[in-house]
Design a protein around this ligand. Structure first.
Ligand SMILES: Cc1cc2nc3c(=O)[nH]c(=O)nc-3n(C[C@H](O)[C@H](O)[C@H](O)COP(=O)(O)OP(=O)(O)OC[C@H]3O[C@@H](n4cnc5c(N)ncnc54)[C@H](O)[C@@H]3O)c2cc1C
Length: 348
């Protein structure tokens, strides 16, 4: 089948040498050799069938990637829309959202319906279909806490597969889609199991409690928690519309307790959180700040002035320039503390 025929028979528009500047929150200028937005699962299957032998690159909201080059693979922008309740019990509701829905809009919609579970994850950029990939998390909650299942198309066979929570192998910013099944599936919808009543309010993490007090709220509600999270995030994180960024650029490193005890002798003030009997997590932002990078600028690439974990594009930085800053930070942290920090953002 020819591309032209495809366009005629579907709502798909196939674009060549397409700028991705408005499709990545870093605001990096990079071109897609060929770009197509898909709006239905059948369009997606068609595109995959006619491109069996071409490399593919899957794009959601572009909020977790650093583009360091033009993309020669076929860029498939997953733009599937819609959400519905698929099941209900006295206490719970199952909400299925298509992959291309904006995450924050879905969160706000669930709050409007008084469905609980997603409120702490308010204002995280990106699309619903991408949330399981790195098991998005914030303020003491991760997507795995409310995740029921997701549907995904296997790229090479176009088979539709359902993944249960167990099958996804969720961990801190990890899932099977970043490991064993990397680049093999396109997630088309995600189903969440949310509370209809007796909501479990998670206010213990971060500054939520303090923010609620500031707003004179003694009895939290889903909306109040969401508003508190939004206020905290807006005060801490740069808005990608104003300053290009991809949120936390690095993951917090997990270190063996036995290694950490030795590191602590040299750096007694280094903060840590226990994650298991044998491991601790160290805040990468602290390491980067201590190493003197916070607020530094290298041309148009830099480290945010309030958040050492966030790398920013002041305007015209290239992906390569931001990557160079990231590599310098990683090398410095390894040399100074003997701790290696991995990127959370996907380097393309
Ligand atoms: C200001 C800011 C704050 C952030 N805060 C947080 C936070 O608190 N917690 C957190 O966890 N993350 C955070 N992030 C990161 C980001 O928002 C999430 O990782 C989000 O889920 C990425 O979604 P996206 O649709 O933009 O993904 P994209 O950047 O489009 O894609 C990310 C990766 O997933 C692949 N992909 C995209 N869609 C699909 C699909 N349907 N099927 C299969 N693969 C796909 C892409 O190829 C790419 O490898 C933040 C980002 C920003 C800019």
């Amino acid at each position: 089948m020819q591309w032209k025929q495809l366009t005629k028979n579907n709502s798909m528009e196939i674009l060549e040498n397409f700028s991705l500047k408005n499709y990545n929150t870093f605001g990096i200028e990079a071109k897609a050799k060929t770009f197509v937005s898909v709006h239905t699962v059948s369009e997606l299957v068609t595109i995959l069938k006619v491109n069996q032998h071409n490399e593919k690159f899957i794009l959601g909201g572009g909020s977790n990637m650093l583009l360091t080059q033009d993309i020669t693979a076929l860029v498939i922008h997953v733009d599937l829309k819609g959400k519905k309740i698929t099941k209900e019990s006295d206490d719970f509701v199952w909400v299925e959202s298509q992959a291309g829905e904006n995450w924050h809009e879905l969160v706000l919609w669930t709050i409007d319906q008084n469905f609980g579970g997603l409120e702490n994850l308010s204002l995280i950029p990106g699309n619903v279909g991408t949330t399981p990939i790195q098991n998005i998390g914030a303020y003491g909650v991760e997507i795995k806490d409310t995740f029921d299942s997701c549907a995904a198309i296997k790229i090479d066979t176009q088979e539709l597969v359902t993944f249960s929570k167990e099958a996804c192998q969720f961990a801190y910013r990890e899932s099977i889609f970043k490991n064993e099944m990397k680049d093999q599936f396109i997630i088309t919808s995600v189903t969440f199991k949310l509370t209809k009543k007796n909501h479990h309010f998670n206010t213990s993490y971060g500054a939520i409690e303090a923010e609620l007090q500031k707003q004179h709220i003694s009895k939290p509600s889903l909306r109040a928690i969401s508003n508190a999270v939004i206020a905290i995030r807006q005060s801490k994180l740069p808005d990608p519309k104003e300053l290009g960024n991809s949120g936390s650029f690095f993951k917090n490193p997990i270190v063996l307790k036995s290694d950490f005890e030795q590191i602590q002798q040299k750096f007694p003030t280094m903060p840590f959180y226990e994650v298991s009997e044998t491991e601790v997590k160290v805040p990468a932002g602290w390491l980067i700040e201590q190493a003197g990078f916070k607020g530094k600028r290298f041309g148009d690439a830099g480290i945010h002035k309030n958040q050492a974990l966030v790398l920013v594009n002041y305007g015209q930085a290239t992906g390569q320039e931001i990557l160079a800053v990231a590599r310098t930070i990683q090398a410095t942290i390894t040399a100074e503390y003997g701790i290696s920090i991995e990127t959370e953002v996907n380097i393309i």
